[in-house]
Write a protein that binds this ligand. Structure first.
Ligand code: ZN
Length: 112
């Protein structure tokens, strides 16, 4: 048993730590901020670097983008109608119109 601290072993330990943190998969939130260019996220460079090197995160990001560009499913549209109906009871008509306009603008470019 050596009494000298093994500096080489420490280096390896430190390297493993860095590797572990950089190979940590991005969370859905991190992927979402990466997909939305209008969001300012300090984590973006790290997440982007990870996604570029990780097939799993690349696939997740692609799925996320597809999901965000897709129009609502029939059952989702029902939920949207329900939310709009509730908004109508609480907020001025202009706000409800804005929500509906935003939803309609998304619809034509969907896959369904
Ligand atoms: Zn990953």
């Amino acid at each position: 048993m050596s009494s000298n601290p093994d500096s080489h072993e420490r280096e390896i330990e430190r390297g493993t730590e860095i590797l572990a943190s950089s190979s940590r998969c991005a969370t859905l939130d991190e992927l979402a901020t990466l997909a939305d260019a209008s969001v300012v996220a300090p984590s973006r460079p790290r997440v982007a670097a990870h996604v570029a090197a990780c097939a799993r995160c690349t696939a997740e990001l692609a799925l996320l983008r597809e999901f965000e560009s897709a129009s609502p499913l029939p059952e989702e549209e029902e939920a949207v109608e329900w939310i709009v109906a509730r908004l109508r009871g609480r907020f001025p008509e202009t706000l409800v119109a804005a929500v509906k306009a935003g939803n309609a603008a998304r619809a034509p470019r969907g896959h369904r």
